[in-house]
Design a protein around this ligand. Structure first.
Ligand SMILES: CSC[C@H]1O[C@H](OP(=O)(O)O)[C@H](O)[C@@H]1O
Length: 346
């Protein structure tokens, strides 16, 4: 993608402001961890791997701020920063997965000099960001093995470069199919209410020269029924140990349509999105967001004032609806507790 999702320079985290895409390309500057917490909760940056990497750099900004404190105070401040960053959004496991790694490293090295501690933490944050690029490319190569020539793919929300540090997960598979000249076409759900498909996926795919058609979310069912879709590929925010998957609201509905009309339904996600501590999807916390996301579009009121709203940002797709989970380590067909566990065997 032409514009980096994020970069770290001069002790600031720079995030492309995804609230303003595609009409404006602006970078939001995080000077401290509070800025990073704000950027995650307000979706300046969004997408499981992207918020994980952003939070890792956010924790490093906290270490920069507090590194000179006495050990006991430093520990207290870093634990507070970790808690606040993790609380910014509850569903994507990559957030806590990333922050906990840096917190553990910090607590194990509090007795080191300021310079040594900061170098250890910056190296870890860079490693999380750099490995995301490599992991997504490997995942894309694996997923591309499932894609036939001239395929038509439906995707939901944005699981692209803008949801990761680079290349994307579901859109990584789509990029790989495009770059290996499979002549694929894509239908992108606009993805109410935050319109990640309309604003981000359409933007990314058009930039790459990939044939993309934007549709209202409710159009997908007719395309699926009429045999117009060869595969549905989405990202994920948290995958439970049995393969149940949390992803953008509307994903479960697509999986039911896919099952009913025998369309392969694939989830593309890195191993860091799998939460083996949770036995099933019923244990995944689903973020509920402000009602204005539903009652307003770009700040324009479109529903009666004070109307009741229910705005879950994600839903759970049961493992039995998922034909394959595509990861950097390989493809898990008909995922279940056993096949997910085998992903983690050395
Ligand atoms: C590659 S993770 C992308 C994942 O995150 C999105 O949610 P949000 O835009 O609210 O962060 C959506 O669930 C995507 O599939």
């Amino acid at each position: 993608m032409k514009n980096e999702t994020m970069y770290f320079e001069n002790n600031k985290l720079k995030l492309i402001d995804q609230r303003k895409l595609p009409l404006q390309i602006e970078y939001f500057s995080c000077k401290n961890y509070h800025d990073a917490e704000f950027a995650i909760s307000e979706m300046v940056v969004r997408g499981a791997p992207a918020i994980g990497a952003a939070a890792a750099y956010g924790f490093y900004l906290a270490a920069l701020e507090f590194a000179g404190l006495p050990e006991e105070e430093l520990e207290k401040e870093l634990k507070k920063a970790a808690d606040k960053l993790i609380a910014a959004r509850p569903t994507a496991v990559n957030l806590s997965w990333a922050v906990e790694q840096l917190l553990d490293l910090a607590l194990a090295n509090l007795n080191k000099s300021e310079e040594e501690l900061l170098a250890i933490l910056k190296d870890k944050a860079d490693q999380i960001a750099d490995s995301d690029r490599k992991i997504n490319k490997k995942m894309a190569e694996n997923g591309n093995k499932l894609i036939k020539e001239n395929a038509v793919i439906l995707t939901h929300c944005n699981a692209g470069s803008l949801a990761t540090v680079d290349y994307g997960t579901a859109l990584g598979v789509i990029r790989e199919a495009h770059f290996t000249k499979k002549n694929i076409k894509v239908f992108a759900d606009e993805t109410r209410p935050r319109l990640q498909g309309a604003r981000l996926t359409a933007f990314e795919l058009m930039e790459e020269g990939i044939d993309v058609t934007l549709i209202a979310d409710s159009t997908a069912a007719t395309l699926i029924r009429d045999g117009k879709i060869d595969y549905i590929i989405t990202g994920a925010d948290r995958i439970a140990a049995n393969g149940d998957t949390a992803n953008k609201i509307g994903t479960f509905m697509l999986s039911e349509l896919a099952k009913n009309f025998a369309v392969p339904f694939y989830v593309a996600a890195p191993l860091s999105t799998i939460d083996r501590k949770l036995a099933s999807g019923s244990l995944i916390e689903i973020e509920e967001r402000d009602s204005e996301e539903i009652t307003q579009i770009e700040g324009v009121q479109i529903a009666p004032e004070n109307v009741k709203v229910y705005n879950p940002a994600f839903d759970i797709t049961p493992a039995e609806n998922i034909d394959a989970i595509i990861t950097e380590k390989g493809i898990v067909k008909n995922p279940d507790k056993k096949s997910i566990a085998e992903l983690f065997q050395v």
